[in-house]
Design a protein around this ligand. Structure first.
Ligand code: 5GP
Length: 146
């Protein structure tokens, strides 16, 4: 039998948990009582945003229905803001389950990437400029608030 190299228990010290605890800085795009959206620090295209639930879920298997719905609604807001700010229709919605799929942070998250599947950059490869991320986060947040 093949042994799966998978993380099944939630690690309270994962990087996104630390963000939710306020221990690590991030560029916020949107927040409500059940979700948080922020800029991916190693974007696969300009404007790459991550949406996470405020629930301890490793991956899709753990996600409670009310948080699943909340993540989807926040993803919708972010995608609409990306369309407006980047003046493009195409936005990739991606989500990885398990290290075998390439998941690297084990707190459930949805990637929203203003790109095409044919132009997508490498996954978690190149760190973006901090000022650029702050600028984009502010533009997206302004559109969501409007
Ligand atoms: P996964 O591989 O789990 O689907 O995606 C994890 C994502 O988190 C990657 O796209 C990676 O660039 C991003 N990431 C990793 N560390 C940090 C960090 O410290 N801050 C932010 N904002 N994103 C991170």
């Amino acid at each position: 039998m093949t042994e799966l190299n998978q993380q099944t228990t939630y690690d309270d010290n994962n990087i996104f948990a630390k963000m939710l605890d306020g221990d690590i800085p991030y560029h916020k795009v949107y927040e409500d009582d059940k979700t948080l959206a922020f800029m991916d620090i190693m974007p696969q295209a300009e404007g790459h945003v991550l949406v996470i639930p405020k629930q301890k879920a490793v991956d899709l298997a753990d996600l409670e229905p009310e948080y699943a719905a909340a993540v989807l609604m926040t993803s919708k807001k972010v995608m609409q803001a990306q369309r407006q700010v980047f003046e493009r229709e195409g936005v990739i919605q991606m989500q990885l389950n398990g290290s075998q799929a390439g998941q690297t942070v084990f707190h459930y998250h949805v990637h929203l990437i203003p790109s095409s599947i044919h132009e997508l950059g490498g996954h978690a490869v190149t760190q973006a400029d901090n000022n650029d991320l702050a600028d984009i986060a502010q533009k997206l947040a302004a559109v969501i608030d409007a």
